[in-house]
Design a protein around this ligand. Sequence first.
Ligand SMILES: Cc1cc2nc3c(=O)[nH]c(=O)nc-3n(C[C@H](O)[C@H](O)[C@H](O)COP(=O)(O)O)c2cc1C
Length: 187
Amino acid sequence: MSKKNYKKKDYPVEKVRRFLEPGPVILLSSAHRGRRDIMTMGWHMVMMDEPSLVGCFIWDQNYSYGLVRRSKECVINVPTVDLVDAVIRVGNSHGPEVDKFEAFGLTAVDATKVGAPLIAECHANFECKLIDTSLIKRYSLFVFEVVKAHAATSPRYPTTVHYRGDGMFMVSGRNVSYRRFFKPENL
Ligand SMILES: Cc1cc2nc3c(=O)[nH]c(=O)nc-3n(C[C@H](O)[C@H](O)[C@H](O)COP(=O)(O)O)c2cc1C
């Protein structure tokens, strides 16, 4: 492998997320006492696999914040690139003003273990229970346990969209297997 000799300059620390942005943009659905909502989310992270824990940053000004905090549940829905228009529209609108399912043509389907609805058009749906509230007040960080997961059987690697900030998305592309180089426990 040839070594790259990058020319670099100072980079604003508050913008390093451009490089570190995590997995696919997701649509987080929630419901409480007859109200339902969807928000777009880029800031989430896997925290553990068994149990299956996911940390999510939900800004306290979002309508979803109250619904999730009160119901202690949500669904993490994984959209593909064909839904990018809805992803942006959902992110541009505020819960109480609009029913985002109706407004953006998304279909709510009953979940099995939580009250929040699944979004049928998404490739995968993860039903989540809020299991740790200790970081919410300080960091708006909600720690969820995925208690039930639904995933499409095909395609194996869906074309997901990953937010880079500044209105830019990276669309997932080529899949390359390096499996043979991995320690089994890291797979
Ligand atoms: C690509 C994208 C990623 C976003 N990521 C987050 C996020 O990680 N956390 C967050 O609180 N808001 C995020 N937002 C903003 C919310 O989706 C937005 O505030 C939304 O309108 C909230 O809806 P609500 O008020 O109905 O809950 C994102 C928006 C976009 C377009």
